[in-house]
Design a protein around this ligand. Sequence first.
Ligand code: FEH
Ligand code: ZN
Ligand code: ZN
Length: 358
Amino acid sequence: MSTARMRAVRMTRWGGPPVLTEVARPIPRADEVLIRVEAAGVCRSDLHVLDARPGALPYRTPFTLGHEVAGRVAERGPGATGPAVGERVVVYGPWGCGLCSRCAAGAENYCDRRADLDAVRTGTGLGLGRDGGMADYLLVPSGRLLVPVGDLPAAQAAPLSDAGLTAYHAVSGIRPTLPVEGGASVAVIGVGGLGHLAVQILRATTSARVLAVDVREEALALADACGAHFGTLLRPDTAEVLRRRADGGVGVDAVLDFVGSRSSLELAVGALRSGGELAVVGSGGGELTVRKPGALPPGVRISLPFWGTRPELEEVVALARKGAVRVETEEFALSSAPEAIDRLRSGRTRGRTVLVPD
Ligand code: FEH
Ligand code: ZN
Ligand code: ZN
């Protein structure tokens, strides 16, 4: 066991506050890789974990939070593969079994053995039942989970592993829907930590007109800066406004809903054209009734994308490295992590909240 110590922001008990404490710095064995953390993003899912009732999540406390991490390879176990010591990397977060056909394809976000992993409480991934990266160091089970980032600043790289990857996966899912002859329109509902990246990814990888909706003027300003063609505050007639903004006024081809509330889902359904696609990314807990006959436009496809694949993480990192994607961030020192988490909770943050070691 290592005698060296390190700081970590930990989930010590269900329903308790995040605690900044000291733990033993891990030593990598076998295939494991030790990362010197240079940036760790804070996600709304961290709030869901902190607020979860005992037994609601298949995780065992205590564990270190933080599932959006970038850093430098500090040490490798004797059997480790992948990036060498000293290389700067971002960590692919959904840690699957590594053996099923989904994991073999790099889609550990859809690991077929997730239930088995949950049963033995090994968690969804780093910071989600396994020790995460809101710490000075992070132990990663395998080099397969690391993507090199070159000279991309850590505070830009870390959010790509969760906010960026989730937005990229959602866009990848609806991209086949978009008419190849062009003229497509995509609505982005919620231009926050994920939505502002989706606007940039849509502009970088499709020819679609991007229509942004939010309840805050500053979010629409961010959408505009990210390349949205149109932005509107949420109003009672917003669905009709979006329909008219689409070519021919027939409705939008796809909606990316980063809110997932009852009102955002109703807005999405009201704006979609027949045969359109709705990706529900936000965990707002809203419900839609899927029934025939029913209120949904004919031919509509609905998806519930979760995080993303490792190849997609490589693709979104490549977009960022060529300047096509830039993360709006607000940085906090690791030592002020509890304050940063409170600010996210109260909605007093702009873009993605990122902790950096102080
Ligand atoms: C992680 C774990 C569980 C639910 C949702 C999430 C997302 O933050 C991952 O992008
Ligand atoms: Zn997350
Ligand atoms: Zn698997």
